[in-house]
Ligand binder design. Structure first.
Ligand code: PEP
Ligand code: MG
Length: 803
């Protein structure tokens, strides 16, 4: 029996109907909205090969050296010819036509390959075989045969050989299903494709789903938190084309998207909610995250395909634990950050399925590391993480793939799976079109080749032979070559383990434990990152400026504004690179005038009776905003470069008016306060008492600067040794201000943190965890102790709550 109906098939029938057929049968049985249809089973293909006698020659011609492009081409051509020229047995013809008749009134059908080695949990054969849409009875039998032949395309032969599958034991079935004449369609990952978090990533475009899956259009990208239903990210792409059924011929054709729909959002929040519901049902049914192709007609969702996500890193859930002596820890992933500040509707996705090209012990940085400049030549979606440098090879056609040599960066218009052999040789991939879930993106993740897709114009911007560095995590391509940072495994261990002490796993705590950093050097940042901290709670900007030897004003006078901004961008990105995607909270300039006095240009600083009570922090930034504006310009540049892990913190604010002033400057600099994480330090009693109004002004977090909060609460100059014995961060008055602030912030949904020195003190840690602080930032050498202390307090609180 050559034909099986979908409702007779279950997940165990892979051998009979292939992965896709079995999955669609299983979903049909689970009452999910799958279009009706049948499968021409694998046994039909097998008996076709045997009854026509082509099997022997077929399997011998495909036994070639797949790295030899010419031999691979010849083999593919001959194998397909054998299948397409052999006659189809009469009995099978009749059976297929009869089944088609039962589908209804001459319907349009989709004819889809379903190989027995396709879509298995351990290897994604994404897009390796043919699919035909809008097929009618006239072409049906021919299309079935073409599906069989597509088991022997160059890419399929290559992929099978590389993955160790024997050609002769891989069978193919063909699914024939009623067409869904979709007005919108796309793909969705029911959980985040790299971290496995319950965050759905949906890509969608107008018309039939082929455009998204094939990568011929850059789709909209949505990220939805499945637990809360919140739509976290919406990135609306410029969707130039769509695939639709031609009314006259019934064929699938590519059309221009009408101007008014090109940049319009494809999915509403309600549509996304419907997809979440469907995604959850599918994931629940299978018990593992799924990659689902879907289509919508008049708001009704249909499922076209579901397969397990093959790229989720088993370790990713505990990636930060692996931080201990292991620098390949950036695979925690995270959401996709809409890079709206650039005015370019692109997403800088942070999708870490595992560190890739820079596994030597750290992330290569931009300019500071050597030949590379930090100029972003093109940017797009970070579709496969890792960083790599190489010569650009602009490839227009399949034939040109032979031009790609070992170590090149492939630059091409569209992502197609045909590139697999060349991608194996290349160190990276950059495309004009395509989304994070296009097949080539999936495969590039699996091959661990860094990829940036959907750049809009890489093929015209980048030149053949040009050396570039591609950052597949942030989605950026920069000029020149970045040297990999040397392995510092030993240093990393030293940072967390005093000699002679056994290595212990990082305690898992609900309260985040971060680290403070002042010197933005790669080695320091790397050591701090190796503590397993959950991010940087305070990166002081002063040291970046002080190391220049000149006051900001003098530096700008001598070298220009651009050079000053570059310095800040370099310093911050060095740290943000080491921690990516963990957050790095960067504080704008807060140096008292006496610290600047030593610098060139310091003679122009105002003479102050008491600099600690004087011209510093946000009051100076708002009073004379030129330097402040350069700082904000640096943040803006960082966001444009894809550093969506950078947060902005304002020092020494007194009240909401200060916060609003800073916010206005941020907006004027082109930074959207709604999109970026920003907040204020709580360093004066006024700030502690006024945090409610600051919440109204929009802060995302409040961070206790206990060094200043203590000096201003107790009137004890923190720099004055004569009163040092009175400097007590645990003074009840200080604790009371902190306690009230945490309470208000909890009520208002504002995160709280501490980044003053007292965050490293055990008593303070206990107090803060008891009070319900969100995070504690400590010195690098105290991070491990703080983690353990936090863990103990949290366990005590849990015990108390159940006793
Ligand atoms: C503080 O005041 O606690 C703080 C962290 O800032 P700084 O020490 O730089 O004043
Ligand atoms: Mg301070």
């Amino acid at each position: 029996m050559g034909v099986l109906w979908l409702d007779e098939i279950g997940a165990d029938d892979v051998d009979a109907v292939g992965g896709k057929g079995a999955s669609l049968g299983e979903l049909t049985g689970a009452d999910l909205p799958v279009p009706s249809g049948f499968v021409v089973g694998a046994s039909a293909y097998r008996s076709f090969l045997e009854s026509t006698g082509i099997d022997e020659e077929l399997f011998s011609v495909v036994d070639v050296d797949v790295e030899d492009s010419a031999a691979l081409s010849d083999a593919a051509e001959r194998a397909q010819e054998l299948i397409l020229d052999a006659p189809l047995p009469d009995e099978l013809r009749a059976e297929i036509i009869e089944a088609y008749g039962e589908l209804g009134d001459d319907p349009f059908v989709a004819v889809r390959s379903s190989a027995t080695a396709e879509d298995l949990p351990d290897a994604s054969f994404a897009g390796q075989q043919e699919t035909f849409l809008n097929v009618t009875e006239e072409d049906l039998l021919e299309r079935v045969r073409e599906c069989w032949a597509s088991l022997f395309t160059r890419r399929a032969i290559y992929y099978r050989q590389k993955q160790g599958f024997d050609h002769s034991i891989v069978d193919i079935a063909v699914v024939v299903q009623r067409m869904v004449d979709a007005d919108r369609s796309g793909v969705m990952f029911t959980s985040h494709p790299s971290t496995g978090d319950p965050r759905m990533v949906v890509e969608s475009a107008w018309g039939l789903g082929e455009a998204v899956v094939s990568g011929s259009v850059s789709p909209d990208n949505y990220v939805v938190d499945r637990e809360t239903g919140a739509v976290e990210q919406v990135t609306v792409a410029d969707k130039k084309v769509m695939h639709v059924k031609d009314e006259e011929t019934g064929e699938t054709v590519e059309r221009q998207v009408p101007e008014d729909r090109r940049e319009r959002r494809v999915l509403s929040d309600d549509d996304l909610a419907a997809l979440v519901e469907l995604g959850e049902a599918v994931e629940d049914h299978y018990g593992t995250p799924q990659d689902v192709e879907w289509a919508m007609v008049d708001g009704e969702v249909h499922m076209l395909q579901s397969r397990p996500i093959t790229t989720i890193d088993d370790e990713s859930g505990s990636a930060s634990e692996g931080a201990l002596g292991d620098m390949n820890l950036d695979s925690q992933g995270g959401g996709a950050g809409a890079d709206a500040d650039s005015g370019d509707a692109r997403t800088s996705a942070t999708d870490g399925s595992g560190a890739v090209a820079d596994t030597s012990g750290g992330r290569a940085t931009d300019e500071s590391d050597g030949g590379a400049t930090d100029e972003v030549l093109v940017s797009g979606l970070g579709a496969s993480p890792g960083k790599a440098s190489g010569a650009v090879r602009v490839v227009d056609q399949l034939d040109e793939l032979d031009r790609v040599s070992e170590g090149d960066v492939i630059v091409t218009e569209m992502t197609t799976p045909d590139m697999v052999p060349a991608m194996k040789r290349a160190v990276g991939l950059v495309t004009d079109e395509g989304g994070m879930t296009s097949h080539a993106a999936i495969v590039s993740r699996e091959l661990e080749v860094p990829a940036v897709v959907g750049t809009g114009g890489a093929t015209s911007t980048l030149e053949d032979g040009q050396v570039v560095t591609i950052d597949g995590e942030r989605g950026a391509v920069t000029e020149g070559e970045a040297d990999a940072v040397e392995d510092s495994g030993e240093d990393d261990r030293a940072a967390t383990e005093p000699a002679g002490q056994p290595r212990q796993p990082k305690p898992m705590t609900a309260t985040e434990v971060k680290v403070n950093l002042s010197i933005p050097e790669a080695s320091a940042a790397r050591r701090a990152a190796a503590t397993g901290a959950d991010g940087v709670g305070l990166l002081r900007m002063e040291h970046m400026v002080i190391s220049l030897g000149k006051t900001p004003e003098r530096y700008v006078e001598d070298h220009g504004e651009r050079a000053f901004v570059d310095e800040l961008v370099d310093g911050i990105s060095t740290v943000a690179d080491e921690f990516y995607p963990r957050p790095v909270r960067v504080r704008t300039l807060d140096a008292p005038t006496d610290e600047f006095r030593e610098l060139e240009g310091g003679e122009d600083e105002p003479e102050e009776h008491n600099p600690m009570l004087g011209y510093r922090g946000i009051r100076r930034s708002l009073d004379k905003p030129e330097t402040f504006r350069h700082e904000l310009a640096a943040f803006r540049r960082l966001y444009e470069k894809g550093y969506d892990n950078v947060e902005i913190m304002f020092p020494l604010v007194n009240d909401a008016e200060d916060v609003l002033g800073a916010r206005r400057e941020m907006e004027a600099a082109g930074i959207d306060p709604e999109k970026r994480s920003w907040g204020a330090m709580i360093e004066t009693p006024a700030a502690a008492l006024g945090v409610d109004e600051m919440a109204d002004a929009g802060i995302d977090f409040a961070s206790f600067g206990t060094n200043d909060l203590t000096q201003y609460t107790l009137a004890v100059d923190r720099n004055n040794g004569a009163v040092a014995d009175r400097f007590d961060e645990l003074h009840p008055a200080v604790l009371d201000l902190i306690s009230q602030t945490i309470q208000t912030c909890r009520d208002r949904g504002v995160e709280t943190s501490i980044c003053g020195q007292a965050g490293s003190k055990p008593e303070m840690v206990e107090f803060l965890v008891d009070e319900g602080i969100t995070s504690i930032s400590a010195n690098a050498d105290a991070v491990r102790d703080v983690q353990q202390r936090v863990e103990r307090v949290e366990q005590r609180l849990l015990l108390e709550s159940v006793r």
